[in-house]
Design a protein around this ligand. Structure first.
Ligand SMILES: [Zn+2]
Length: 58
């Protein structure tokens, strides 16, 4: 869980450490080129949204 909720450097991919062309949008481009990072991002995002859903549903 250490890296799950804090994205310490938005200019770098949190999964492989690659420098992004731009924060945010650059990461989308990066995942298009790096299926491995995209898969990890999907897993991360699913886990976060599960947490949010669980937190708000009650
Ligand atoms: Zn990456």
């Amino acid at each position: 869980m250490a890296t799950s909720e804090s994205w310490s450097d938005p200019e770098r991919c949190p999964f492989c450490g690659a420098r992004l062309a731009s924060p945010g949008a650059g990461f989308v481009d990066h995942t298009a080129e790096s299926p491995d990072c995209e898969a990890k991002f999907e897993t991360w995002r699913d886990r976060i949204s599960d947490d949010v859903t669980g937190g708000w549903s009650g």
